[in-house]
Design a protein around this ligand. Structure first.
Ligand code: SAM
Length: 376
């Protein structure tokens, strides 16, 4: 394929099954810049790894446009994985990449690593550690982002793991950091971070990409103050579980409940599993990597606890929360309850009424509102 074909390929990509909207694209200028920067480094037998590909632009771009024979891929998001598969199938490129968890299997002997810079420094740190630890000693890490979302903190993280970190010229408001010469690193893996939270009396484990790290989010803290008022459910779900604090607290309070914790992020799923195990709940909390409970049966939950996201990638978009309300409406049994906490300015109550059923405000503090919605 030629470079023209890369443009055609990028233009053909879809975000599905992720939220689609006019202002949301399946690729960005960073994908293009990473592919252009990588072009000079690649030969057909180069061992290429792609981390953080959103919908397949990097993986499929490398395969289609840069003559790479095979790509190893790590994507945190469930929807990103599905989108890559879908886009690969429609462009005839399936079978040319393999998916792996972040670690040795992904990075062993890798020559070139393409990375869409993550939002959080902790996530970047976990990735940088893995690349420095497992890729070939001569490996080149190309980490790209939108200039407005990049910070010097990112250079600092990479400099902890690589002797050479060179920012490349910015183009089309994107920039690539080129990192080489991994430093020797400590034997201990730095993730998951494990912390005890004395205010809750539990231990929390967090991989780099997990929401809020090993800390208690203030919205979650507020929702937890309503635990006494929540019904004793046989089947409870912590939807968008992050590190699994809500699932863990509910399971400890209700030994009779079967608790499912589910998140679209693989890092969250690993974190929630580790958190449940650290609190002696390994067998009682089932953790599922999924998009908005797509694999749960309709009517299969009596209670859903939700602290929804309001960011979609780098953009602020209510679609992510609305998608979770719709999912809750499908998975709740009649009479089941959805307990939600959200920033009061978001005014989700009307949407909750519409999607789920009668919704009452259980409480409000200067920042957050907690609602209880009953499935009608
Ligand atoms: C605000 S955080 C709350 C995390 C955790 N429940 C807590 O209270 O700390 C929202 C979580 O929802 C997850 N999420 C967002 N969209 C999702 C979706 N479509 N399906 C499953 N999880 C999703 C995010 O990955 C994130 O972990």
């Amino acid at each position: 394929m030629t470079v023209m074909d890369v443009e055609a390929l990028l233009g053909s990509l879809s975000r599905l099954p992720d939220v689609e909207a006019e202002n949301l694209q399946a690729f960005d200028a960073t994908d293009r810049l990473l592919l252009e920067t990588a072009a000079d480094l690649l030969a057909p037998d180069t061992k290429v790894v792609v981390i953080g590909d959103r919908y397949g632009a990097l993986t499929l771009g490398a395969l289609a446009g840069l003559g790479v024979g095979h790509v190893r891929v790590n994507q945190d998001l469930f929807t990103g994985r599905l989108a890559l598969k879908r886009n690969a199938a429609s462009s005839g490129l399936d079978g040319l990449f393999t998916e792996h968890p972040l670690g040795r299997e992904l990075l062993d002997e890798a020559d070139v690593v393409l990375l869409q810079l993550p939002k959080s420094l902790a996530e970047l740190e976990e990735i940088a550690d893995a690349v420095a630890r497992f890729a070939a000693p001569h490996a080149v890490l190309l980490a790209g982002g939108r200039v407005k979302h990049m910070s010097l903190g990112m250079n600092a993280v990479l400099e902890r793991y690589f002797s050479s970190v060179q920012p490349q010229l910015a183009r089309r408001k994107s920039r690539v950091l080129m990192a080489r010469d991994p430093k020797s690193i400590s034997v201990e893996l730095p993730f998951p971070v494990v912390e005890t939270l004395p205010e809750l009396g539990i231990t929390v484990c967090a991989h780099g990409a997990a929401f809020s790290g090993a800390r208690l989010d203030i919205g979650t803290r507020y929702l937890l103050t309503f635990m006494d008022r929540m019904p004793p459910a046989r089947r409870a779900v912590d939807l968008g579980c992050g590190t699994g604090i809500l699932a863990t607290m509910y399971a400890l309070r209700h030994p009779e409940a079967r608790v499912v914790a589910t998140d679209q992020s693989a890092a969250a799923v690993s974190s929630a599993k580790a958190t449940a195990a650290a609190n002696g709940l390994g067998g009682r909390v089932v953790v599922i990597h999924d998009d908005a409970m797509s694999t749960l049966e309709p009517g299969s939950a009596d209670l859903i606890l939700l602290n929804p996201p309001f960011h979609l990638g780098a953009s602020v978009h209510a679609g992510a929360a609305l998608k979770m309300f719709q999912a809750a409406a499908r998975v709740l049994a009649p009479g089941g309850e959805l307990w939600t906490v959200y920033n009061s300015h978001l005014q989700y109550r009307a949407a909750l009424e519409r999607q789920i059923g009668p919704t009452v405000e259980e409480g409000r503090n200067p920042k957050f509102t907690v609602t209880r919605s009953r499935k009608s």
